[in-house]
Design a protein around this ligand. Structure first.
Ligand code: APR
Length: 235
């Protein structure tokens, strides 16, 4: 079970050029969340939802991992089996930076699924509402994204990891969406040390034992170097 559980949010991908949601000019300032990130919005207008995620899929494909993603991959390589990334992000920048132990609790922009048979597959660059499901043929294909009102993926595995963690670190998240925003409390109750690494104090900053504020590409490499410099030599 991982000793270090890391929760990431849109802020870790901000310096790769991908927008955050709630910062000035963020995604929810330009799009009505109810129309593009809820099952009801998809039922009302699937083409509009596909357009929204087609644009995010293009942006994610054009983006590059940054120094923060690379530092977390370095940490995992130095501490095999002891690092788990739980990300709220739908981009694949952690994987493209080399991280292997990654759980996407809000789904992945690179995946598609069928609303009729729950089959899932690698998403094409552009998805269309009328495209038939490759498994059952129903015209019910949707991005494999967890929308508001839907239950996040991997929750049992995440809660088990939080109960066993020695260290919980939240990076680039506003702490405004649950259940992710409560992970710091779950980890604290289990006795873990907790650190927030964020550009600005999050909504849950007071739940953390420690908080450092600044850009992720400064904070995360420095924190990883500190962990690697102070951990006991492997026996
Ligand atoms: N470095 C570090 N942190 C940053 C940076 C940066 N360069 N830029 C922004 N941030 C921080 C902001 O201060 C903010 O606290 O990242 C956070 C982004 O917050 P949100 O936009 O709310 O994104 P997130 O917390 O990931 O949202 C959670 O909400 O809309 C849903 O499903 C969506 O997964 C998303 C969830």
């Amino acid at each position: 079970m991982a000793k270090i559980v890391i929760l990431t949010g849109a802020g870790i991908s901000a310096e790769s050029g991908l927008g955050t949601f709630r910062d000035e000019g963020g995604l929810w300032a330009h799009h009505d969340l109810a129309e593009v990130a809820t099952p009801e919005g998809f039922a009302r207008n699937p083409a509009r939802v596909h357009d929204f995620y087609n644009a995010r899929r293009r942006n994610a494909a054009e983006a590059l991992p940054n120094a923060a993603h690379a530092a977390l991959a370095r940490l995992e390589r130095a501490m095999p089996g002891e690092v788990l990334i739980v990300t709220q992000n739908i981009d694949d920048l952690h994987e493209r930076a080399g991280s292997r132990s990654v759980l996407h609790m809000h789904g992945q922009i690179t995946r598609a699924r069928c609303a009729a048979c729950a089959g899932s597959w690698d998403a094409p660059p552009e998805m269309r509402a009328e495209a038939p499901c490759p498994a059952c043929g129903a015209p019910a294909t949707r991005p494999d994204i967890v929308w508001f009102g839907e239950f996040p993926h991997h929750m049992e595995e995440i809660w088990a990891a939080l109960r066993a963690a020695e260290l919980f670190v939240a990076i680039g998240t506003s702490g405004s969406v649950y259940p992710a925003a409560a992970f710091v409390q779950d980890a604290s109750r289990a006795g873990a040390h907790t650190i927030e690494l964020n550009l600005a104090p999050s909504d849950t900053v007071s739940d953390f034992a420690e908080a450092r504020h600044g850009p992720a590409t400064d904070l995360v490499p420095a924190w990883v170097e500190q962990v690697l410099a102070t951990r006991p030599a492997r026996d």
